[in-house]
Write a protein that binds this ligand. Structure first.
Ligand SMILES: Cc1cc2nc3c(=O)[nH]c(=O)nc-3n(C[C@H](O)[C@H](O)[C@H](O)COP(=O)(O)OP(=O)(O)OC[C@H]3O[C@@H](n4cnc5c(N)ncnc54)[C@H](O)[C@@H]3O)c2cc1C
Length: 391
C-alpha cells in the first residue's frame, strides 16, 4: 500500500520551515510586496538554514537531502509568501540543479558550493521574447571563436522573464543558445541547442529593468540582453547539442517543486479562510456557520489535499528512479489550478478585505495566476499528458 505519512526527518524539516515562514517571512511579506523589493534579509536567513543546499550532496556544500525535501520546504514557504518560495525554487531547481546534473567536475567545484550556500544565485535562461512554450525556437546564438585553448563562445541574443537574474547576489545565468545545426535520423536539419554558463559580470551581459508584474512582486524577474558576450569554451554545460533536452528534463523535475509551492498557496488560502470564517460575523453569527461559506472552504481543502497527493506521488516516483514526467505535469497543472481557484474563493470569503493588498489572500490572488503559466503553461502540461496517452 502506498504510504504518504512523512518520515520524522521530513516532518521535522517541514515544521522548521513552517515556523520560519510564520515567524520570519510572513511579518515582512506585505511590505516587500508593496515596495516590490527583494527580501535580502529573508533570503540570507534561508541560506543560513541550508535551504538552498537541500537536495545537493554534502561534498558539494549541500545538506545531503533530496528533491522531496526541497518540495516540502517550498510548500511551507508558498503558504505565506510565493515570492520568497519562487526565489528558493528558481535558485535551487533551475539555477543550481543544471550544474549538479550536467556540470563537469570543474564547473561543480566552482559553482555548486557557492550556490548551495545561498550566498549567490543563478538563473535559468531558457525563455526568449518570441520563444516560451516553444522554447526550441530560441534565436540566441553562440559561436565558437579562436584557436586551441583560447577558444571562446560569443553569445548574442535576448532572454525574457528570467527569475533571480538581477539581484545583488546573482552571479550566473545559464542560457540556451543555438550553436549550430544537427541532422535528424531522417536527414532533415534542426537547430543544435546547447547550454552555456554566463557569469553575470561578463561584459555584454545586461539584466534590463525589472518587469512590473501582477504578482510575485518581491521576486526578481528581468529581460536579459546578451551582446557579444564572450565566455571560455569550457563554460559549455553538458554535451554540445544536448542543451535543450537537458533543460527540458530540469523542467520535468521543476514541475514537482512548483507544484509543491502551489499546494502551499492553496493551503494558505484554506488556513486563512478557516480562521476568518470563525471570526467574522454577519447576520448574527460567524460566516463559517453558513453552509455556503463552509462548503466553499471544504472544496478548497479538497483541492489542496488532492494536489498535495499528486506532487507526493510524482516525487516518490522520481526518487525511486521511475518515470515521472506525466505525474509531474499532472501535479503542476492541478496544483496551479488549485492555487488559483482557492485564491479566488478565499478572497470571496474575505469580502471587501479580500481586495485589500495587505491581506495574504489578496496577495495569493495576484500571485497565483502565474502558477498556471510559469515552468510550462496549463496547455503545455495537457500536451505532455496527452502525448503520453498516445494522442
Ligand atoms: C514571473 C515569471 C518568471 C519566469 N521565470 C522564468 C525563468 O526563470 N526562466 C525561464 O526560462 N523562463 C521563465 N519564465 C517564462 C515562462 O516559463 C513562460 O512565460 C511560459 O513558459 C510561457 O511562455 P510564453 O510567455 O512565451 O507564452 P506562449 O508560449 O507565447 O503562450 C501563449 C499562450 O499560448 C498557449 N499555447 C502555446 N502553444 C500552445 C499549443 N501548442 N497548444 C495550445 N496552447 C498553446 C500557451 O499555453 C499560452 O496560453 C517566467 C515567466 C514569468 C511571468
Amino acid at each position: 500500500m502506498p504510504d504518504f505519512e512523512l518520515s520524522e526527518d521530513y516532518q521535522d524539516l517541514s515544521d522548521t520551515v513552517r515556523d520560519f515562514a510564520d515567524q520570519v517571512v510572513a511579518p515582512v511579506s506585505a511590505k516587500h510586496d508593496e515596495e516590490h523589493s527583494f527580501p535580502y534579509e529573508v533570503v540570507s536567513q534561508m541560506a543560513d538554514m541550508g535551504l538552498f543546499g537541500l537536495p545537493f550532496p554534502e561534498e558539494s556544500g549541500g545538506m545531503g537531502g533530496d528533491y522531496f525535501a526541497l518540495a516540502l520546504a517550498l510548500e511551507q514557504l508558498g503558504r505565506v509568501d510565493q515570492s520568497v518560495a519562487i526565489t528558493l525554487e528558481a535558485g535551487v531547481s533551475l539555477g543550481a540543479m543544471p550544474i549538479h546534473r550536467f556540470g563537469s567536475d570543474a564547473q561543480k567545484e566552482e559553482w555548486l558550493p557557492l550556490l548551495a550556500s545561498g550566498k549567490a544565485l543563478a538563473g535559468f535562461g531558457l525563455t526568449e521574447p518570441e520563444a516560451g512554450s516553444d522554447a526550441g525556437g530560441t534565436k540566441t546564438t553562440a559561436r565558437l571563436e579562436g584557436v586551441g585553448d583560447a577558444k571562446e563562445w560569443v553569445i548574442n541574443g535576448n532572454k525574457a522573464f528570467i527569475t533571480n537574474s538581477g539581484t545583488d547576489i546573482t552571479r550566473l545565468v545559464t542560457v540556451t543558445a543555438v550553436t549550430g545545426q544537427q541532422e535528424r535520423p531522417d536527414g532533415s536539419i534542426k537547430k543544435e541547442i546547447s547550454t552555456i554558463l554566463v557569469p553575470t559580470s561578463t561584459p555584454g551581459f545586461t539584466a534590463e529593468k525589472a518587469y512590473n508584474k501582477v504578482g510575485w512582486n518581491a521576486s526578481d524577474t528581468h529581460p536579459l540582453t546578451l551582446d557579444n558576450v564572450r565566455v571560455p569554451e569550457e563554460n559549455l554545460l553538458g554535451t554540445r547539442g544536448r542543451g535543450y533536452a537537458n533543460f527540458l528534463s530540469i523542467l520535468d523535475e521543476g514541475r514537482i517543486a512548483i507544484a509543491a509551492l502551489a499546494v502551499g498557496a492553496a493551503q494558505g488560502c484554506v488556513d486563512q479562510s478557516v480562521k476568518y470564517a470563525k471570526e467574522r460575523s454577519a447576520f448574527g453569527q460567524n460566516i463559517g456557520k453558513y453552509q455556503a461559506v463552509a462548503f466553499k472552504i471544504a472544496r478548497m481543502e479538497a483541492r489542496a489535499h488532492t494536489a498535495r497527493l499528486a506532487y507526493y506521488d510524482a516525487a516518490a516516483r522520481m526518487l525511486a528512479g521511475k518515470p515521472f514526467k506525466t505525474q509531474a505535469a499532472i501535479a503542476k497543472m492541478i496544483a496551479g489550478e488549485a492555487a488559483m481557484d482557492n485564491a479566488r474563493d478565499a478572497t470571496q470569503v474575505f469580502g471587501g478585505y479580500g481586495f485589500i493588498n495587505e491581506f495574504t489572500v489578496a496577495r495569493h490572488y495576484r500571485d497565483s495566476k502565474i502558477l498556471e503559466v510559469g515552468e510550462g503553461t496549463t496547455e503545455v502540461q495537457l500536451m505532455l499528458i496527452a502525448r503520453e496517452l498516445g494522442l
